[in-house]
Write a protein that binds this ligand. Structure first.
Ligand code: AMP
Length: 113
């Protein structure tokens, strides 16, 4: 946990968020600035800065598994969805706590900008 990390503070319920799902090691909450009708972030509760720093975390399967659960729960599993993790500057990462974006509810363009 990092006292200054936004997503650690959401995990500690120090900052409000709409938490919609959790498992043993991860939680999922709605993105504050949704880019699609469904836009949910899935994070490990334990802090890791990005996917680069997650090698030692035994939670990567929990992370992907919860993204899958969110898609089912939000009703976009059949229509389709995207799971993205932006990493560092060129990846467009703005919050330095590993997170998966689960996006769906509309047709998504490819390639991303
Ligand atoms: P990224 O740019 O990939 O690091 O994604 C960070 C995401 O966090 C963005 O989509 C933001 O809209 C989202 N975000 C920032 N602050 C909050 C917050 N307080 N609650 C929920 N989502 C947030």
């Amino acid at each position: 946990m990092s006292a200054s990390c936004l997503f650690c503070r959401i995990a500690l319920v120090e900052i409000p968020a709409t938490i919609i799902a959790r498992n043993a090691t991860c939680l999922a909450f709605r993105d504050i600035a949704p880019q699609a009708p469904v836009h949910v972030l899935v994070i490990p509760v334990e802090h890791a800065q990005s996917l680069n720093d997650a090698a030692a975390l035994p939670v990567l399967s929990d992370l992907l598994s919860l993204a899958r659960e969110v898609a089912l729960q939000e009703g976009i599993a059949e229509s389709g969805y995207r799971v993205v993790t932006n990493t560092n500057a060129d990846g467009g990462q703005s919050v330095a706590h590993l997170h998966l974006h689960v996006l769906g509810g509309r047709a998504l363009g490819w390639p991303p900008g």
